[in-house]
Design a protein around this ligand. Structure first.
Ligand code: F6R
Length: 610
């Protein structure tokens, strides 16, 4: 999520670090910093805002430093709001050891408590500062050993680079779940989270795998497993362009973000699903009583986030038996809404800056509701104005069409539904079954994404259509809405999502052989039989049906014109899988039409106007 760059060599480090950070900036960050190895110790400079803010600050300070060893970081906040103090690099108490970190230390509260009891003090809210002090706690003169010992105590993910003032020509690197690559130049070494940060200087790299650690020194790079056994890995020569690298080798950010979903869903759930089926959402801890006693839940959002809210309505009502209303934020704020006592309002927003959602949250709070947030962008205005909430941890979303944020929002709403159920009714088998099924979702998402050539073929067949209809029932109705929104916003083809049974109350008049109808039919039970009847109604009028069904379901075999199969999961979780073919279909249709789906016409990533 964040960006890392490190340098050990003969050239002045500052401009190399700043250039590297700028190369990482395309991902959208909120603060940055560098640490330079100076004669009198390690000098750390960091600043909230874009790299230009850091650059401005360095002018006249250490910008002209001759330091030839240093590290830099761009932060996309996960623990603690974006500000100067929470920015990286983080120093251990006393400042001898400095660390940059990508990822999340799940057990940071326990480690912090342990370290506080041992006398350590902290200046930031971050998990990274805890790790810096933990490494220092194990330090007895050998930095590599101290890092290894500390990492054995850590649960979570990390890509880290560590410097200690007693080792002025070296740095220790380690990786678990967060990418790190070492660049090998002539008499110089780089380390970065992303090839883009170093490719200008070297294309010879050594990739670190999970649970590996290494030390970069003037004499070379030594590389070990966490049990300290040595690793010999070949140097890989990279010949991608910078643009390809920034997009992770994908042609567009949208496709990259679609393909990232197995990982982003893991990140959204990390540390939150307990082995016994329980749910831990730290940002709601202060409000568990109000949540358990809520008489009504309001979900306020716009666009794709609103569709995630509609899924949330189904799952919260089903699992927690609390009435839920999902409202377009723009409508809610202007209609003198009634907010009875014991109302909990969640604002759902990827950017955390959508003005209508923000104003709706303010309105709900001013009328007495408990105002919470489900937000991706840490420290954004909605996150700050919510009294508590849950972050998505999906990483920056750059493509204008929201994809990975939707699946993370649905996952968070699912976890909230389970938490509410457990607060009201205790832990039961249903909770356990759902958390087990949730854990399987990232692998099932991978399965869908791995081979999606059939969706490319379907896109080819229908890219010239003028209209699309999307139908779904139950939790699949919001997926129908989302499928239609994705298609229209990036391909400019008119598309409508409808509850399948509503079709015969009007839209059925539109159906003819020119009308592709996407039928979302991947749920089992009573809804499945009903959606088959709706599909028959479409076929009887020559409509062309593209059906999404589960892998073992053959009811559509002689009915639909095209069948997309997805893995089987619980009905409540189907949106997390069924939305993927919708995202891919719209992406490939737009691509075939030669459109720039990362920047569709007339749209902006964060809608901060009313
Ligand atoms: C659709 C899309 C928009 C956003 C909407 C809300 O792909 O991206 O509909 O979902 O503008 O944005 P956030 O979630 O940032 O509040």
């Amino acid at each position: 999520m964040c960006g890392i760059i490190g340098y050990v060599g003969q050239r002045p480090a500052t401009p190399l670090l700043l250039d590297g950070l700028k190369r990482l900036e395309y991902r959208g960050y909120d603060s940055s910093g560098i640490a330079l190895m100076q004669d009198d110790g390690i000098n750390v400079m960091k600043k909230k805002g874009r790299i230009s803010a850091l650059e401005g600050m360095l002018n006249g300070h250490i910008a002209d430093s001759k330091a030839t060893v240093g590290i830099g970081h761009t932060r996309w906040a996960t623990h603690g709001v974006p500000n100067d103090l929470n920015a990286h690099p983080h120093s251990s108490m006393g400042g001898d050891l400095v660390l940059i970190h990508n990822g999340i230390i799940e057990n940071f509260s326990e480690l912090k408590e342990y370290l506080s009891n041992t006398g350590y003090t902290f200046t930031s809210d971050t998990d990274t500062e805890v790790l810096a002090n933990l490494i220092l706690d194990f330090y007895e003169g050998d930095l590599l050993k101290a890092v290894v010992r500390a990492l054995h105590r850590v649960a979570g993910t990390y890509g880290i680079v560590v410097m200690h003032k007693d080792h002025p020509r070296s740095m220790v690197v380690a990786r678990k779940g967060s990418p790190l690559v070492v660049g090998v130049g002539e008499d110089e070494y780089f380390v970065a989270s992303d090839l883009a940060a170093m490719v200008e200087h070297t294309r010879d790299v050594i990739f670190l795998n999970d649970n590996e650690v290494g030390i970069i020194e003037d004499s070379g790079f030594r590389h070990f497993n966490l049990d300290e056994s040595p690793i010999q890995r070949q140097i890989t020569h990279i010949d991608f362009t910078l643009e390809q690298i920034e997009k992770g080798g994908y042609r567009h950010f949208m496709l990259k973000e679609i393909m990232e979903q197995p990982q982003t869903l893991e990140d959204t759930m990390r540390g939150r699903l307990l082995p016994d089926g329980g749910i831990k959402l730290g940002g709601l801890n202060q409000h568990l009583d109000e949540l358990a006693n809520a008489d009504r839940i309001l979900l306020l959002a716009c666009g794709t986030s609103y569709h995630a809210g509609l899924v949330g309505e189904y799952v919260i009502e089903e699992l927690a038996r609390i009435p839920v209303e999902v409202e377009y934020a723009s409508e809610f704020r202007y209609r003198n809404p009634l907010i009875p006592p014991n109302t909990v309002a969640f604002a759902i927003s990827q950017s955390g800056e959508t003005i209508d959602t923000l104003e709706a949250l303010r309105e709900a709070k001013s009328r007495g509701a408990l105002g919470l947030g489900i937000v991706n962008s840490v420290g954004s205005t909605i996150a700050r104005e919510s009294v508590g909430g849950v972050y998505l941890h999906a990483g920056p979303e750059i493509g204008v069409a929201s994809t990975k944020a939707f699946t993370s929002q649905v996952t968070v709403l699912m976890m909230i539904a389970l938490l509410l159920r457990q607060q009201r009714m205790g832990l039961d088998e249903t909770s356990q079954d759902i958390t087990d099924a949730l854990r399987r979702i990232p692998d099932q998402v991978s399965t869908i994404l791995k081979d999606h050539s059939q969706i490319v073929d379907i896109a080819k067949m229908f890219s010239r259509a003028s209209n699309f209809l999307y139908l779904g029932r139950g939790t699949q109705y919001p997926v129908a809405l989302e499928g239609a929104l994705k298609l229209k916003e990036i391909s400019y083809i008119h598309a409508e999502g409808y509850p399948a049974a509503e079709m015969k109350h009007g839209p059925i008049a539109l159906i003819d052989r020119m009308m592709p109808v996407v039928v979302l039919a991947a749920q089992s039970g009573a809804e499945s039989a009903k959606i088959i009847s709706n599909t028959q109604e479409v076929r009887a009028r020559d409509g062309v049906v593209i059906a999404v069904v589960t892998e073992d379901d053959h009811q559509m075999d002689n009915l639909a014109n095209h069948i997309i199969r997805i893995p089987k999961t619980l009905n409540l979780l189907v949106p997390l899988l069924a939305v993927l073919p919708m995202q891919l279909l719209s992406y490939y249709v737009a691509d075939l039409l030669g459109l720039d789906m990362d920047k569709p016409r007339n749209l902006a990533k964060a809608v901060t106007v009313e």
